[in-house]
Design a protein around this ligand. Sequence first.
Ligand code: ARG
Ligand code: ZN
Length: 501
Amino acid sequence: MLGSVTRSAVLLLVLAFGLAACSGDDGSTNLSADPTSATTRATTTTSTTPPVPLVFSCPELPIGLGDSNLPATGNTGYDVAAYDLAFDFDIPALVSEPPFLEASATLSATATEPLTAFSLDLLGMDVESVTVDGTPVEWCRRDRELIVGPPFALNTGDGFSVRVDYSGNPTDAEGLFDEFTGVQRAPTGLFVVLEPDGAASLFPSNDHPRDPASFRVAVTAPSDLEVISVGRLVAETSDGDRTTTVWESTEPVATYLLPLAIGDFEIVELESNVDMTVYLYEGSDGIGDFVQQPAILEFFESLFGPYPNDRLGGIVVDVEASIALETQGIPTYSRDLSYEDVIAHEIAHQWFGNYIRLEDWSDIWLKEGLASFAQLLWAEHNYGLERYTRQINGLYGFLVEDPEAHPPGVPERDEMYTGSVYWRGAFTMVALRDLVGDEPVMDLLRAWIDTYGGGTATSADFLAMVDDRLGAEAFEMASAWLYDETIPPLEARGLEPVLGG
Ligand code: ARG
Ligand code: ZN
């Protein structure tokens, strides 16, 4: 929610822009009115008509890309291929003090429509300068949008790079999804929970799972702290007090799945066919339930096919925040949520959510429900069918009595992380399994991954596949689990919505 203070601050900014007219507030020259740049561009382009330099007037662009639950996240008009991020963190010893970030972010993108301006998502932070293909350009800010005026109109298919230099306290961002979201301090450092809309508080981005990209993240921090981020560690350079650690992923990663943690960690390498480096906060009780990771991975690969990543680590931070997040290739756990069920859940997300991405946040059960189902399957595999049954009975009772019950298939914004999305979502699969048996249900999940892996999918895609592969009765049943006002019975288990009814 935007308070009136913030709103007037934004208005002031826009007004100040109108007055500042042709120079950025960093004092950079406005090249859009510079005829020499037009000449330069004209000689390097193959087009016969020289491009007309643009005059920037902070246009009103669409505020998002049309997500049903998070309408302000993401942007239209371009597709990001790569983020090159350089973070320089100052982390005060006092845990109550916010970290200060000086950063630059370079996005390599392609225009998907003709553009005379485009938006990036950025929340809080002070922007110092913006360049497009190396040329300083004008920009302005509205709410969570950083609106950029390229010097020349971009055509569909044009590649461009935009670099933003900025600084500030990322932990101070206002207007994030909930109190769990964003950059968070931990005793010796920080960590991030960027789901669902927190990436914009750390770097300018197209902050929506529809636009995943490769990442290079160079983090400068005190040399005695560990820096963990995405993909592979590619470089580490130190000048004594400060070390720059560079991580890189060529695999596409959705913005909310970027892992980042800085702090004192013990490093444990588990034996597996992928890199299984687990970072445990200093002073932890040790590896704990993470010893199960190789077995969980092996089990899920037997069900879902090859693990879609070259790394399966873990980051356990020294906070009690009841949060865990499936950050790509290396899930992040607060210490009170780093036990077996949760670990299995976050590993399953590497297929459900990370590999098959959400087209729309209102379809979130597709990742939370399926990861929760996978978590139940692991419990059954590791502890026997009785455990699966017991968990289902308990969770069904919880759902029946849930005062905030709602159908999981179309959650409102504030219902995205409810027990219904997770467990009634999972029971969609439990019910299908009860109806058709193991093999057809596992075949369905495998087909789901084969068909939509590497891209996005919707609930409609899922139901169409259920209809196609499992038939009309299964389709009706899954639809009822996802959309009926009251929770359906699990007849085969004698579970009904009215207790004793
Ligand atoms: N996807 C995470 C999980 O199920 C939960 C993220 C919740 N994020 C939030 N801002 N509430 O493991
Ligand atoms: Zn989850």
